[in-house]
Design a protein around this ligand. Structure first.
Ligand SMILES: [Zn+2]
Length: 115
């Protein structure tokens, strides 16, 4: 897989992360950071057409969001060339970007960009 494609896939994941951040911020406004909250989030995989929804608990969400290279994906949506699985649950997998994808994920996290 070439670098350009890896970068594009990483950007796609960062875009889903931005969407999910908005969703969580919206929910937290109403339930004011309820530790029992369960968020329904978009799968953050690199597939542009993916529309799978994942159930993520409050503590799980914050633990992953604290690490810019980590994303929530549906089991089976991992791409071994650009990421490794660091956690598996019966609801989702947590992946960590490697190589050029990790760099893109960090840059995008710092920018906090949308779109
Ligand atoms: Zn997916």
């Amino acid at each position: 897989m070439d670098e350009l494609r890896k970068r594009r896939m990483a950007r796609n994941e960062a875009r889903f992360r931005d969407v999910n951040r908005s969703v969580v911020a919206g929910i937290d406004k109403f339930v004011s950071n309820d530790p029992k909250a369960v968020y329904t989030l978009l799968c953050e995989c690199s597939l542009e057409t993916c529309a799978v929804m994942l159930q993520v608990r409050y503590d799980e969400y914050r633990a992953v969001r604290n690490v810019p290279e980590r994303f929530f994906v549906q089991a089976g949506h991992e791409v071994p060339e650009i990421e490794v699985v660091v956690q598996r649950t019966d609801r989702f997998s947590v992946i960590e970007k490697i190589g050029v994808g990790a760099k893109v994920a960090r840059e995008r996290d710092e920018e906090g960009t949308h779109g």
